[in-house]
Design a protein around this ligand. Structure first.
Ligand code: SF4
Length: 460
């Protein structure tokens, strides 16, 4: 049985050139990450600490969330609490309308994607403009991000050039990256200058100072917040870290893990509104996070700092692209978050994993990503979503394995398979064989060779 993920992945790999290029580009980022990690002798200790501090913070949110909100309010920031996506969108819309704001310039926020804020605002007459270059490209294309850090990684510069020709009236056939970046900058400058409000996401929120930290490479968050008088921050409740000491661990890990940079070009700390006649609002969102807190098997998903390293390293993600996943966050962390959000809807993503455990090894906060995916797979049957054909096959294999005489008898005749016509092996019943070739069965089994003393024992 083909899943939605498998079908979408099939469409992606139809274009071999794209598959290879996507795979190699992300592997290049993964290798950069490795070099950066190796440059820090205490890297593994940092990962260990980062995981532990996150776990400590999310399990003491009653203290830290309150402390963060109190400190932010003491700084003059207006704090809002949103229980779900709907409330998040309503609050932001109300802040904007209360200020008569018609244009909102946004820097990248996966939470805004999660809450589907843009369509909500646009439907109500607010011009929500993405200012991160990758996000803006996708907004012009009317597409969602395919990666959480490199949202337009699936597009070639030629495709971007063509899009800009059509939307920004750039020179025909010019896909020079510097030229395109200048064109985008020109276009976005106008949006910044005419915006009534700016919105940023939040990479980290420091409990004991009430400040939010936003990491970008383009300076777009700073441009937005410096020009507009109204600054709205949207943050998931799990973004809180206790203090600057803890923050310094995450800022060392984030950029290195994400893009293989020692640090992001801009790491901006926002503690209050930019001037006396300006306002800063922070919307703290739950949207299912407190339910994850109560889930012992999957609580670690809340430690995620959204670096994207698990995507860059994942052999399935690299070869099937972000759009092959049905949840808006792809890759190993997306598989888990999707299952936590709505298992009935996103269950097919759990098969998008080779269980190679590479994600566990790169995750800067040591989330047990692959273990979690494995557990979801084990529970697919309980959800009534186990693949029927696989169930029949594994029941058959189980029967064979618990009956050794039958198993040995099967081994005696297995070479017959070597002579079967191809269509009898590679057909609709054999999903496994769609992308693989079966090895040739040996004339004699290892067990039989062993018994006959044909296997040489290695000398120690
Ligand atoms: S799960 Fe880990 S590796 Fe993946 S995005 Fe989150 S922090 Fe990064």
């Amino acid at each position: 049985m083909s899943t939605k993920h498998a079908e979408a992945a099939n469409r992606f790999i139809e274009n071999k050139e794209r598959e290879t290029w996507h795979n190699e580009t992300l592997w290049f980022v993964r290798e950069k990450r490795d070099r950066m990690a190796m440059d820090v002798p205490e890297w593994e200790q940092l990962r260990e600490l980062a995981g532990k501090i996150k776990m400590h913070t999310i399990t003491h949110l009653d203290t830290y969330a309150r402390q963060f909100a109190e400190k932010a309010e003491a700084n003059g920031v207006i704090v809002h609490w949103a229980k779900d996506a709907e409330e998040h969108n309503e609050i932001i819309f109300k802040i904007l309308t209360d200020h008569g704001a018609k244009k909102l310039v946004k820097s990248k926020s996966m939470l805004a994607e999660e809450c589907e804020l843009n369509p909500y605002l646009i439907k109500r007459g607010i011009d929500a403009v993405e200012s991160d270059l990758g996000e803006r490209i996708l907004q012009l294309k009317n597409e969602p991000p395919s990666h959480i850090v490199l949202p337009a990684i699936h597009l070639t510069r030629q495709q971007v050039g063509k899009l800009f020709e059509e939307k920004l009236h750039t020179e025909k056939g010019n896909s020079d990256p510097t030229y395109l970046t200048h064109a985008a900058r020109q276009h976005l400058r106008n949006e910044f200058l005419t915006a009534d409000a700016s919105m940023t996401g939040c990479n980290f929120a420091v409990a004991d100072t009430g400040e939010v930290v936003v990491c970008t490479n383009e300076g777009n968050a700073d441009m937005g917040t410096s020009l507009a008088k109204l600054h709205i921050v949207t943050m998931g409740i799990e973004k809180i870290v206790p203090n600057h000491k803890a923050l310094s661990i995450y800022t060392r890990l984030l950029a290195r893990s994400a893009t293989g940079q020692p640090t992001t070009t801009y790491t901006s700390h926002y503690r209050k509104a930019r001037s006396e006649d300006a306002e800063m609002h922070i919307v703290i969102v739950d949207n299912g996070r407190s339910e994850i807190l109560g889930n012992d098997e999957h609580i670690q998903a809340l430690k995620c700092i959204r670096c994207g390293a698990c995507m860059n390293t994942c052999p399935v993600y690299r070869r099937s692209g972000g759009y092959s996943y049905t949840y808006f966050i792809p890759g190993p962390i997306g598989i888990n978050l999707g299952m936590l959000k709505a298992p009935e809807e996103y269950y097919d993503n759990v098969s998008a994993c080779s269980l190679c455990y590479s994600c566990n090894n790169v995750c800067p906060v040591k989330i047990d990503l692959a273990d979690q995916i494995y557990r979801w797979r084990q529970n697919l049957d309980l959800l009534g979503r186990a693949d029927k054909m696989k169930k029949i096959m594994s029941d058959g294999m189980k029967f064979l394995f618990v009956h050794p005489s039958l198993y040995n008898a099967a081994l005696n005749v297995d070479t017959v398979v070597n002579h079967l016509p191809r269509f009898m092996i590679y057909n609709g019943l054999n999903d496994w064989g769609k992308g693989r070739e079966m090895p040739v069965f040996a004339k004699e089994s290892f067990t039989s060779m062993w018994k006959k003393g044909k296997v040489k024992k290695s000398k120690k």
